[in-house]
Design a protein around this ligand. Structure first.
Ligand SMILES: Cc1cc2nc3c(=O)[nH]c(=O)nc-3n(C[C@H](O)[C@H](O)[C@H](O)COP(=O)(O)OP(=O)(O)OC[C@H]3O[C@@H](n4cnc5c(N)ncnc54)[C@H](O)[C@@H]3O)c2cc1C
Length: 454
């Protein structure tokens, strides 16, 4: 590939090749052996340059893989040749209108920066996927990322009113904007949200916010196993309040992070449930008390932190669970299956049984209220066949999730690692529509090839 044309668009110093691309061709699937290759990584400065890069690639038949913060768990930004379009230089806040609860930000701003900007003005941007200091808002849109507080507030898409996106063959298009309701056309905004860079490249996002809740008060309860824990999840949902978050860890996950937990963990705990009530101080306190009352009966212990520093420590600890699981034996293959909430205990127990059949240690944790489970197979460093066994185990896990009425992916997407799974889950007619949408947007198949295929 002759890259002079790309250098003419973005400048020579922003076309990286060879060793300079190191660290820009992978994501979190690296620890399970997923590796990418590309002829160049380009770093456009703005939306106009993204459009020009796509037009150049289209003309030369070169594949493009959009890259955000590289924190994905599905290999979505891992290129299979062609050019990586890294969005890291698109970091402007184009407009911020706190009194109208909204902002337009460029795709490369980190999730953390968006949340911080909102908070500084007394506002709240709820989506909080766990790698927010590194993940980009564009990557969050492309994966429709969730996080602990998606239970009450919804996933990223619930907070996006408009997109600026580069579509093949290199056109900059606006879909939606600051308007909060818009049913004039088919919902193209939702179609692009979660499309994992296979339909277009997001260059800017119009977000809505809400006034920040005054207080957030968690209740953490420990149970003997996932069966009593699963019952407690349903009890918390019947508490009469909408918990802001309902997170869980199974016995093995608790074991991995027990030492770092900011409070005491009972020695026989086999399941932890973290619920949170938010709102003005009085309602958060009432909510915490209601959660306590319903979660306590079968619990081995309950903690009710109230100091902001304690609450912050709890969520920092929760954010570290995934990385601690990866470090436990040297690597992990972590899936993100989703099931109806009342099937939570079955998928947790099923993950453990599948792991045992493939001689793999497991742990499960995640978003209990959403039935979204990070079912994790631990990979021991030096175990030459662990990755292969984890792949086989994952196929059984996906089948179980579907059998339980669930999904193969609750929040990470199909990316490259779950390709082809959708056709086990969806009706053939729906799969055909899925394929047709891809062809309509990207008739030459140049946008993130090999990803999110049904
Ligand atoms: C510790 C940890 C905790 C996590 N917790 C959560 C969680 O709670 N919930 C959750 O949902 N996820 C979670 N994740 C996964 C990950 O952070 C999210 O999927 C995140 O949205 C990915 O954003 P990114 O910018 O890193 O995207 P990348 O990994 O760079 O890319 C992800 C996909 O989006 C595409 N893409 C990226 N930017 C654009 C763009 N501008 N336009 C079009 N396509 C684009 C890529 O091609 C790829 O297909 C976690 C990850 C880690 C490491």
């Amino acid at each position: 590939m002759e890259i002079g044309g790309l250098a003419a668009i973005v400048g020579t110093e922003h076309v990286l090749t060879g060793a300079a691309t190191r660290g820009l061709l992978g994501d979190m699937t690296e620890s399970r052996g997923v590796a990418g290759h590309a002829e160049a990584v380009v770093r456009p400065a703005d939306a106009g340059e993204v459009a020009a890069v796509m037009a150049w690639c289209w003309e030369h038949g070169v594949a493009l893989t959009p890259r955000g913060g590289g924190t994905g768990y599905a290999g979505g930004c891992v290129p299979q040749g062609g050019v990586v379009v890294a969005l890291e230089r698109l970091r402007d806040v184009r407009s911020f209108e706190p009194l109208l609860w909204r902002a337009e930000v460029e795709a490369g701003l980190t999730t953390h920066d968006v949340r911080r900007r909102a908070r500084e003005s007394g506002l709240y941007y709820p989506p909080d996927p766990g790698a927010g200091e590194q993940s980009h808002i564009g990557g969050n849109v492309a994966t429709n990322a969730g996080g602990p507080h998606a239970f009450k507030y919804g996933v990223t898409g619930a907070w996006v009113t408009g997109l600026e996106v580069v579509l093949p063959p290199g056109r900059l298009v606006r879909i939606g904007g600051a308007v909060r309701k818009d049913v004039a056309g088919y919902d193209l905004r939702s179609l692009l949200i979660g499309s994992e860079g296979t339909l277009g490249i997001v260059t800017a996002v119009t977000l809505r916010f809400v006034p920040a809740p005054e207080a957030a008060l968690p209740a953490i309860a420990f149970y003997a196993d996932e069966h009593s824990g699963g019952e407690a999840v349903q009890a918390a949902m019947a508490s009469g309040i909408v918990p802001a978050a309902l997170e869980f860890l199974d016995r093995e996950a608790l074991e991995i992070v027990r030492a770092a937990f900011p409070f005491d963990v009972p020695p026989d705990a086999g399941f932890a449930l973290i619920a949170e009530a938010d709102g003005d101080l009085a309602s958060a306190q009432r909510g915490q008390a209601a959660l306590h009352e319903l979660m306590a009966p079968d619990a081995l212990a309950v903690h009710l932190p109230s100091a902001p520093a304690e609450v912050a420590a709890l969520w920092r600890w929760r954010e570290g669970v995934g990385l601690a699981a990866a470090a436990a034996l040297g690597g992990k293959a972590s899936e993100d299956v989703g099931v109806p909430v009342e099937r939570l205990a079955e998928i947790v127990a099923g993950t453990r049984a599948i792991g045992a059949r493939h001689d793999l240690a497991t742990c499960s944790f995640g978003h209990a209220g959403d039935g979204n489970v990070h079912a994790t197979f631990l990979l021991r460093s030096g175990d030459a066949t662990a990755t292969e066994r984890a792949h086989a185990a994952a196929q059984e896990l996906f089948a179980l999730a579907i059998e339980l009425g669930g999904t193969v992916s609750g929040e990470h997407g199909l990316g490259g690692v779950k390709n082809g799974q959708l056709r086990h889950q969806w009706d053939p007619a729906a799969v055909a529509l899925h394929d047709g949408v891809k062809r309509l947007f990207d008739p030459r198949g140049l946008l993130n090839p090999g990803k999110k295929l049904a």
